[in-house]
Design a protein around this ligand. Structure first.
Ligand code: PRP
Length: 184
C-alpha cells in the first residue's frame, strides 16, 4: 500500500518575514541534541517542557538526544501584562512526577525578560533535583530584566516579535515550520 504524504507548509503571508528556515532550525536542534547527549553521557535526563510554546521544539529536540530520558510538562502564566514585569507567575499545570534527585533539563521556546524562567528555576530547586539546566530555542538577551542565562540556546536574536515553531501571536502561528518576524 502506498501511503501518500501530505506536506503541510504553514501559510506565510505578507505579515511574516522568515528569520530562520526549517532546515536551519533542524540543523541547530541536531547540534543541541548532540551536545546535550555528550554532556549527559552515562546519566538519565528529566526533561520538562513549558507549555505551550516549547512543545514543537521539545518534540524535535528529544529525538536528537541519545541518553535515557523522561518527559513531563508544566504550564505557567503571568497574571497579565501589568504584572508580568513584577515577576508574578502562577502554575497552571504542575509536574506529574517527582524530580527529587534527578537531572532536570527545562525546555523553553524563548527566554525574553527571564521572569518565567526565574520563577521556574526557584520553584524547581525547592524540589531538590540533582541538577537543573535550561535549553531554549531562542534567546533575546536584550530584553532581560533578571540575571538568568540559558545553558544551551539555539539562536540569540534581537528584539523582534517572532512567531512559528511553537511561538504564537494570539495563539495563532504556532504550527509554522519556520521562525518568522511578525510585522504588526
Ligand atoms: C512565553 C515563552 C516563555 C515566556 C518567556 O510563554 O514560552 O515561557 O513567554 O517570556 P519571559 O522570559 O519574558 O518570561 P507565554 O506566556 O507566551 O505562553 P506560551 O508558551 O503558551 O505561548
Amino acid at each position: 500500500m502506498v501511503i501518500q504524504k501530505e506536506r503541510r507548509e504553514g501559510a506565510i503571508d505578507n505579515n511574516q518575514k522568515i528569520l530562520f528556515e526549517r532546515g536551519e532550525i533542524e540543523k541547530r536542534i541536531k547540534e543541541l541534541g548532540a551536545q546535550i547527549s555528550r554532556d549527559y553521557s552515562g546519566k538519565e535526563l528529566f526533561v520538562i517542557g513549558i507549555l505551550k510554546g516549547a512543545v514543537i521544539f521539545l518534540s524535535d529536540l528529544v529525538r536528537n538526544i541519545e541518553v535515557p530520558l523522561k518527559i513531563d510538562f508544566m504550564a505557567v502564566s503571568s497574571y497579565g501584562a501589568s504584572t508580568k514585569s513584577s515577576g508574578i507567575v502562577r502554575t497552571l499545570k504542575d509536574l506529574d512526577q517527582s524530580v527529587e534527585g534527578r537531572d532536570i533539563l527545562i525546555v523553553e521556546d524563548i527566554v525574553d525578560t527571564g521572569l518565567t524562567l526565574k520563577f521556574l528555576c526557584d520553584n524547581l530547586w525547592q524540589r531538590h533535583p540533582k541538577s537543573l539546566k535550561i535549553v531554549t530555542l531562542l534567546d533575546k538577551p536584550d530584553r532581560r530584566v533578571v540575571d538568568i542565562k540559558p545553558d544551551y540556546s539555539g539562536f540569540v536574536i534581537p528584539d523582534h516579535f517572532v512567531v512559528g515553531f511553537g511561538l504564537d501571536h494570539n495563539e495563532y502561528y504556532r504550527h509554522l515550520p519556520h521562525i518568522c518576524i511578525l510585522n504588526e
